[in-house]
Ligand binder design. Structure first.
Ligand code: G3P
Ligand code: MG
Length: 247
């Protein structure tokens, strides 16, 4: 049965990538979380999706150009609902403390607009310090970021994220996922849901590569992935997915 991974926490019920969203996901008994990580100007790993804080806070500005103290001046909950006003931006350290016991902790490292790859080594170091390295699966659309994690520790489990935007890359992966994974040292592939098929997952499973598609929200898609043997589903609908995957 696939593991159920809450995408940005239970982001339909609480503001995405905040501690309340991850706490709500925990209440559903999910097996893991997916989050999105950036690094601040003063080197603090924080959990937020966009390059800027504009959409999900009361402030504006690029995360990579702001210090942690500057980021903490704003509210990251009231954009979603007044119930969550006063919610702060979580650090990755706070996130790790919350999900310490989950079997699969999927940290997605976002590309930085300033080109910095500093987050890669920092995530690996912090996961070790917090005692979650063995449960960690780092994903990224940025292959260089994944290579940065492997340079820090070659035993880091890394997953490449991809969608249709890069057809050549998709073709290379679909042609021979085992060759692609070996070439880049990948433990897992994280395809957009429509790039999955039963044959593809079977081929990856035979080669020992985890397939964890995103973002899988519909009953028929979750059921298909369960039947095809996906390792995990990354979903906005943790309750629905738990019902299907843990039946
Ligand atoms: O990790 C899966 C998914 O989160 C990738 O896209 O934009 O939602 O971070 P995005
Ligand atoms: Mg993400």
């Amino acid at each position: 049965m696939p593991l159920v991974i809450a995408h940005r926490g239970a982001n339909l019920e609480a503001p995405e990538n905040t501690l309340p969203a991850f706490e709500r996901a925990l209440a559903y008994g999910v097996h893991g979380f997916e989050n999105d990580v950036h690094i601040t100007a003063d080197g603090v790993l924080v959990v937020i999706h966009d390059d800027t804080i504009d959409r999900t806070s009361t402030g504006t500005g690029l995360v990579c150009e702001m210090t942690y103290d500057q980021l903490m001046q704003y509210d990251y909950g009231s954009w979603f609902s007044p119930e969550f006003s006063g919610t702060k931006i979580p650090t990755l350290r706070e996130f790790f403390a919350l999900c310490h016991d989950l079997p699969l902790i999927n940290v997605e490292i976002k590309e930085e607009p300033n080109g910095s790859k500093a987050a890669a080594a920092a995530v690996v170091q912090l996961a070790k310090e917090c005692g979650v390295f063995s449960n960690l699966l780092v994903s990224s659309f940025d292959m260089e970021m994944l290579q940065g994690c492997l340079a820090e520790d070659p035993t880091t489990r890394v997953a490449f994220l991809y969608a249709m935007e890069d057809p050549d890359m998709c073709e290379e992966i679909m042609d021979c996922p085992a060759t692609f994974a070996k070439k880049h040292g990948l433990a897992a592939l994280h395809p957009f849901i429509t790039l999955c098929s039963g044959n593809f997952i079977a081929e990856c499973n035979a080669a020992g590569i985890m397939v964890n598609p995103w973002t899988v929200n519909q009953e028929h898609a979750i059921t298909a992935l369960r039947n095809w043997g996906a390792h995990a589903v990354i979903t906005d609908e943790p309750a629905l997915a738990m019902g299907i995957c843990c039946a």
